[in-house]
Design a protein around this ligand. Structure first.
Ligand code: SF4
Length: 387
């Protein structure tokens, strides 16, 4: 792939990722008359179950700075994160019209409230709330979560007038296993050769997958993996950083670009974390919903919205940073994000004990000027480069 052509490809993904009209979802629905599309709020959703019901899972990541808030401010206080407000605003202004339902889960009080505010404002829309287990060590956790998945499946089957068979579920799991494996390969490629794959490119490629069938996304990921090693590019003087804290509301694209321009090689991040939720393939043998539930409990990433006292996330962050030869951690946290700020205290203490430098940056998805953040990142990078 020539460099200019490659740039255009990633620009196309950026357009899809930021398209508030959900044109790709509309296109899919026009090609599949009568089929449903189900939106899911971050962080994690069992996309496999939606897919097995013949529906299109659509990941929602807010509206960034592309929508003025007119209605949401009257329904949420000023101390609520941006993604909650812009998602509500998208609904109130008809931007979510191509979706036939919305799925939420137990990530925080704000997301829970958003689900029920939407329910009140759209009483005829299918809205569901998935209760994810908070005590993964409990012997009842697998059965509990399997029950939640079965309940969701039944609701979707009623909505779509369809039936998800075990074979259909296994097929969907296999497709998403491929998707996660391909993303893992791209993340590994970036960690090994960050000058060949910029973070904004990986991010838009991943985020564009929220709006297209997984088969299409798998094809895009395969093409990227084939073409990227042939790129030419010289390594720059940059520090290797891990980004942590942007698992739900997403930083503006220009802020992600700015980090690299200011001298960071991002070797790992938690952007759009739900697409990479499982660290290994979900097993294809056995009962599919049980396999999904066991994977959620035993083969998943650490996250500030997923409690797992068996695998403390502050220790996991240090371990990951060391494993990837990270020189520093940037805690990139959405304004008013309670789960991220609760964990900040633990992360800070553990990073300091491990001697890993860190920088706290706060963002809002709707921000569009970043001069202060640029100078903070540049100062941080220089302090490490010329230490
Ligand atoms: S950004 Fe944080 S506070 Fe807001 S909905 Fe997401 S997890 Fe909750």
């Amino acid at each position: 792939m020539q460099c200019a052509e490659s740039e255009r490809t990633f620009d196309k993904y950026a357009e899809i990722a930021q398209d508030l009209s959900l044109a790709e979802v509309r296109r899919w629905k026009s090609e599949h008359p009568g089929a449903k599309a189900i939106g899911y709020f971050p962080v994690y959703a069992p996309m496999e179950i939606i897919q097995a019901c013949g529906m299109l899972p659509v990941g929602l990541n807010g509206a960034g700075d592309r929508l003025d808030i007119q209605y949401a401010d009257a329904r949420f206080g000023s101390f609520i994160c941006s993604i909650v407000k812009t998602t509500l605003e998208m609904a109130m202004t008809g931007h979510l019209e191509p979706l036939d339902g919305l799925l939420f889960s137990t990530i925080c009080d704000s997301a829970r409230n958003l689900c029920y505010v939407l329910k009140r404002n759209f009483p005829h829309m299918y809205l569901d709330f998935l209760h994810l287990p908070h005590n993964p060590g409990s012997p009842a956790a697998v059965e509990f979560l399997r029950g939640e998945y079965a309940r969701l499946q039944q609701q979707l089957e009623e909505l779509g007038g369809c039936s998800a068979t075990p074979e259909g579920l296994r097929h969907a799991i296999a497709l998403y296993n491929q998707n996660r494996a391909l993303l893992r390969q791209l993340y590994a490629l970036r960690a090994a050769a960050p000058h060949l794959l910029r973070t904004w490119e990986l991010y838009t490629l991943m985020r564009a997958g929220n709006f297209v069938p997984v088969e299409t996304h798998n094809q895009w990921l395969r093409e990227a993996l084939e073409e990227l090693p042939a790129r030419t590019g010289k390594p720059r003087d940059s520090i290797r950083v891990v980004i942590e804290g942007s698992f739900c509301e997403q930083p503006p694209l220009d802020l992600i670009k700015l980090m690299e321009e200011a001298g960071c090689y991002v070797v790992d991040d938690d952007f759009i974390l739900g697409r990479r939720w499982f660290t290994e393939d979900v097993p294809l043998d056995g009962e599919p919903l049980t396999a999904l539930a066991e994977s959620y409990l035993n083969r998943a990433v650490y996250s500030s919205v997923r409690h797992d006292f068996r695998n403390p996330r502050h220790k996991a962050l240090v371990e990951k940073t060391r494993r990837l030869n990270g020189q520093a951690v940037i805690l990139l946290i959405a304004k008013f994000c309670e789960p991220a700020y609760f964990d900040y205290v633990l992360f800070k203490r553990e990073l300091e004990a491990a001697g890993i430098p860190h920088l706290l940056l706060e963002f809002e998805e709707k921000a569009f000027t970043f001069e202060r953040l640029r100078s903070e990142v540049e100062t941080f990078v220089e302090s490490l480069l010329f230490d």
